[in-house]
Write a protein that binds this ligand. Structure first.
Ligand code: GLC
Ligand code: CA
Length: 571
């Protein structure tokens, strides 16, 4: 793997609406972010991705952009942005923007002009087509429910394509003029000083241009729109062009949100000549999913989790570095999702975070993860804002679930679980705002908040800080960043362990992924206990306890791992 400046770094995602509100209007903003840069630095963060802050009608929380060159006033002014870039630079933090170019908003002037004159210049910026047999051009279902086709405003016989909400018309990447507009915009932001982009829903930019029906997969007669991705060839041509014309001249950091891609194409995505610097590793996140919808999704087991993570590391680590997450703004909270109900506590939260941070890849934290924020319990659908959650709620009801059952599904799966305000303190609304938050906070902010954890040595926050320090340490940094990852005792159930073999150090990472204790035999010599989620951080880095050796009776070592214990051993 060719070494890159970001390999040893740590990244953090900010969901700006919910991070920190500086002026009491209930919406997080750029000034709020500026005020927390020291907090992020302290935590050990070098790269910050901010979800969309562009001008937007917020049908999909900013993922529907009506002007790529303007910030939404809710977040602040361009001066605030310049200040943020300056202040971040002072602290050696790089700011990464969200790049949403598969689609824009139906309020973007391009779309308005397209509706005025579908056969003119801007009509070619979108996919506009005649219907078929008195209906839509084909039977694809959008990500947020309903057909991907809607009537072009003011035209009864013309439809436009939207893979997501109807307010998010897809941009026609086949049109060179459109592509050049986008590259110009990207260069404008890079020129301004942003370090790069997270590329939203990027695989969708290439369509299967036949726009044919596929066999229906639900009673609505439609099929998942993603099916077309299996037939859409040549996305790399667009991506390479974008890289050459927009990213490469600025040496921009780029990270793709990539689902539904072909494994054998990994090289073309993140290999040496790849079109991105990195992509997120979503292997665990697609587990348990069902084509029928959230109501039909299954709880993920520890062994499934392990297989997914091991699988993707196995095929990616010789090619490039993926980014590791346990959650983001589109997912439920990782600790609620991957740990059994009733077993979510500080120990198990640290275990999950520890595994994520010790696996090969760029650790990419999501706001609130570092304090162990959890899912919320939604008791009324009115508490939900997210467009996708509303759709899934109705799908569940249509399938015969009661309201209570459907709300349970939502509480387990909703994207709004991750979007509740950041919990800074035990003050009203978790200290996120002096006003009324745009989305109600999680009731547990009184127990789970930054202030309470900041000076407590055994807190989740202290654990994350210590793990990030380890990653940058002289002693273990090389092994953690570049060491080969190989599974260890892979067959053992509810147990996740792997080695990281660096040039000089070898680390053995192990996690007892259950509440019952488990005995582990180790033949290798244990040099040190590098990290242990059951010890205070200041007790890390000590020699292995004698009783481990005694327990083995002269045959190596034997450790009795307590429930959810997580260890990093130097061997
Ligand atoms: C990505 C975003 C998600 C958004 C969608 C449409 O998946 O992460 O939040 O709804 O794209 O832009
Ligand atoms: Ca505000």
């Amino acid at each position: 793997m060719k070494k890159k400046w970001w390999h040893g770094k740590a990244a953090y995602q900010i969901y700006p609406k919910s991070f920190c509100d500086s002026n009491g209007d209930g919406i997080g903003d750029l000034k709020g972010i500026i005020g927390k840069l020291d907090y992020l630095k302290e935590l050990g963060i070098d790269i910050v991705w901010i979800s969309p802050i562009y001008q937007s009608p917020f049908v999909d929380q900013g993922y529907d952009i009506s002007d790529y060159y303007a910030l939404d006033p809710a977040f602040g002014t361009m001066e605030d942005m310049d200040l943020l870039l300056d202040e971040a630079k002072k602290r050696d933090i790089k700011i990464v923007m969200d790049l949403v170019v598969n689609h824009c908003s139906d309020q973007h002037e391009w779309f308005k002009k397209a509706a005025e004159d579908p056969y003119g210049k801007y009509g070619k910026y979108f996919y506009i087509m005649e219907g078929k047999d008195g209906g839509v051009p084909c039977n694809w279902r959008s990500y947020f429910g309903g057909s991907v086709w809607d009537k072009l405003p003011g035209h009864d016989h013309l439809y436009y394509l939207h893979m997501f909400a109807k307010e998010q018309p897809d941009l026609n990447w086949e049109n060179k003029e459109l592509r050049e507009e986008l590259y110009k915009m990207i260069r404008w932001w890079l020129e301004k000083g942003v370090a790069g982009f997270r590329l939203d829903a990027i695989i969708n930019i290439k369509k299967d241009l036949r726009f044919q029906d596929f066999p229906a997969d639900r009673e609505d007669g439609m099929c998942a729109g993603t099916l077309m991705l299996q037939h859409a060839k040549g996305v790399h041509t667009f991506l390479q062009e974008m890289k050459e014309q927009a990213f490469a001249p600025y040496d921009a950091f780029t990270i793709g949100e990539l689902f539904d891609f072909r494994q054998e194409e990994m090289e073309r995505y993140i290999g040496e000549e790849g079109c991105f610097e990195s992509i997120f590793d979503f292997a665990p996140h697609i587990l348990g999913g069902s084509k029928n919808g959230w109501y039909d999704s299954k709880k993920v087991t520890p062994d499934e989790y392990k297989r997914a993570v091991f699988g993707s590391k196995q095929f990616s680590q010789d090619i490039g570095m993926m980014a590791n997450i346990i959650e983001n703004h589109d997912e439920p909270r990782g600790v609620s999702h991957y740990l059994p109900e009733g077993e979510v506590n500080e120990t198990s939260k640290k275990m999950l975070g520890g595994l994520m941070m010790m696996a090969i890849g760029l650790p990419f934290l999501y706001q609130g993860q570092e304090i162990g924020m959890t899912n919320k319990t939604f008791t009324d659908i009115k508490e939900v804002d997210d467009i996708s959650t509303l759709d899934e709620y109705h799908v569940a009801l249509e399938q015969g679930l009661s309201k209570e059952e459907a709300l349970k599904v939502i509480s387990r799966m909703s994207r709004d679980n991750a979007r509740t305000p950041m919990q800074w303190s035990d003050e009203p609304h978790g200290g996120f705002t002096k006003g009324k938050p745009w989305l109600r906070e999680n009731e547990n902010y009184r127990e789970i908040n930054v202030k309470e954890q900041e000076n407590r040595e055994d807190s989740v926050l202290s654990f994350y800080k210590a793990m990030l320090k380890l990653r940058k340490s002289q002693e273990y940094g090389e092994a953690i960043v570049y060491g080969r990852q190989t599974p260890w005792m892979e067959e053992k159930s509810n147990f996740v362990a792997f080695k990281r073999t660096g040039e000089e150090k070898t680390l053995l990472v192990m996690a007892n992924y259950q509440k019952e204790a488990q005995k582990i035999q180790i033949a290798e010599t244990i040099q040190k206990v590098v990290a242990d989620n059951l010890r205070k951080v200041s007790d890390w880095g000590v020699n292995a306890p004698d009783q481990w050796k005694l327990a083995a009776g002269g045959n190596g070592w034997e450790i009795l791992l307590k429930g959810y214990q997580f260890l990093v051993l130097e061997v």
